[in-house]
Design a protein around this ligand. Structure first.
Ligand SMILES: [Zn+2]
Ligand SMILES: [Zn+2]
Length: 356
């Protein structure tokens, strides 16, 4: 493996590879047509060959960049020994199947996200559209918003990631992964997805920064943006989950690890994880308090989403993003209800919520 790559681009497709020291490199794999820009795929040396943390979006251009990035690291797609997936989203798990085909690598994922992958492969699009239509109606969405879903997949393209790769191995919370020559421990961090994991590299920081090793944080802990926290969507499960509560607990868990450096899946690496955790906890508390003041009058989740602050006015938010916004409003409502700060108005239909 090459010793030093600096931060330079290589020949061929434009490839941004960074050597982070201690046998870890990052490859910035582009996400087409997405403001996030890229997924940072981490390449970790082990005694059996490179192991990847996430793989990137399933697109020919992204594949070329990943393959060229591995070459720039002195290895190749065919050499990959294993793939550790932080969560099932297509910008993380998209290329896992293709890397496995090329190399025979195993794919490891937490069981809760593996269940989502299995269901995505089994659920027919019609079932999905019926489920989404019922959910949005219950949330108080107006008819003109729900109608296109009732018309089903004939009119709208199917949601992405319908045939994601089934993982071969389960990541157990707290376990030391079987990576010869490395100490990588799984930290279960549900919230962004029910089976999201961070991976704690329990080895001294290569530049001896103070703190405990390095943390591959996936989408859980990012330097400048907050991950989407919505409801876990499952047509077969009626459990009343509390994803925002899960997320806030998971944030405290990684803050307590106090890693010397965080290696997130988007943007850039950073230090002071406990400080970033405090910022995010304060941000969500502010947001919950803001929602409570909106809930002085009873509102459906849809009405709440329309009144919440987003990065642009509601009437400029595209169709799909509105669904995500409503899901986020519902996740916040679940949290407020669980904390006893809001409650459902008895007999309301669709159900409205009000501050207590
Ligand atoms: Zn994600
Ligand atoms: Zn992501």
């Amino acid at each position: 493996m090459a010793d030093s790559l600096g931060e330079s681009a290589q020949a061929g497709p434009e490839v941004a590879v960074r050597d982070l020291g201690g046998g870890v490199r990052s490859v910035a794999v582009p996400i087409p047509d997405n403001p996030l820009g890229h997924t940072l795929v981490y390449v970790m040396d082990t005694d059996r060959g490179p192991v990847l943390v996430d793989t990137g979006w399933d697109d020919p251009g992204s594949w070329d960049v990943l393959a060229a990035g591995l070459e720039a690291c002195g290895t190749g797609v065919g050499e990959v020994h294993g793939i550790v997936v932080t969560h099932h989203h297509p910008d993380h798990h998209g290329l896992s199947g293709r890397v496995r085909e090329a190399s025979g690598a195993w794919i490891a994922m937490h069981a809760a996200d593996a269940a989502i992958v299995r269901r995505a492969r089994e659920t027919r699009p019609e079932r999905w559209f019926t489920y989404m239509a019922a959910k949005l109606t219950a949330a108080g969405a107006p008819d003109e918003h729900v109608a296109p879903l009732r018309e089903g997949p004939r009119r709208r393209s199917a949601p992405p990631g319908l045939a994601p790769a089934l993982p071969d191995r389960e990541i157990l919370p707290g376990e030391l992964l079987d990576l010869p020559g490395r100490r990588l421990r799984a930290v279960w961090t549900p919230g962004h997805t029910p089976g999201h994991v961070c991976l704690h590299l329990e080895e001294e920081h290569p530049s001896r920064l103070p703190g405990h090793g390095r943390l591959f944080s996936g989408d859980h802990l990012l330097p400048e943006i907050t991950p989407h926290i919505g409801l876990y969507e499952d047509p077969d499960d009626a459990t009343v989950t509390d994803p925002l509560g899960d997320y806030l607990d998971s944030l405290e868990r990684v803050g307590r690890l106090a890693p010397a450096e965080v290696l997130p899946a988007h943007q850039h690496t950073f230090t002071d994880a406990p400080g970033r955790v405090r910022e995010l906890l304060a941000h969500h508390e502010d947001r919950l308090a803001g929602l409570l003041s909106l809930l002085r009058q009873p509102l459906t989740p849809w009405q709440l989403a329309v009144r919440m602050e987003w990065n642009r006015p509601w009437d400029q938010i595209p169709y799909g993003s509105r669904n995500i916004a409503v899901s986020e409003a519902e996740a916040h409502l679940r949290r407020l209800v669980k904390q006893g700060r809001a409650e459902a108005v008895p007999g309301s239909e669709p159900v409205t919520y009000v501050a207590v």
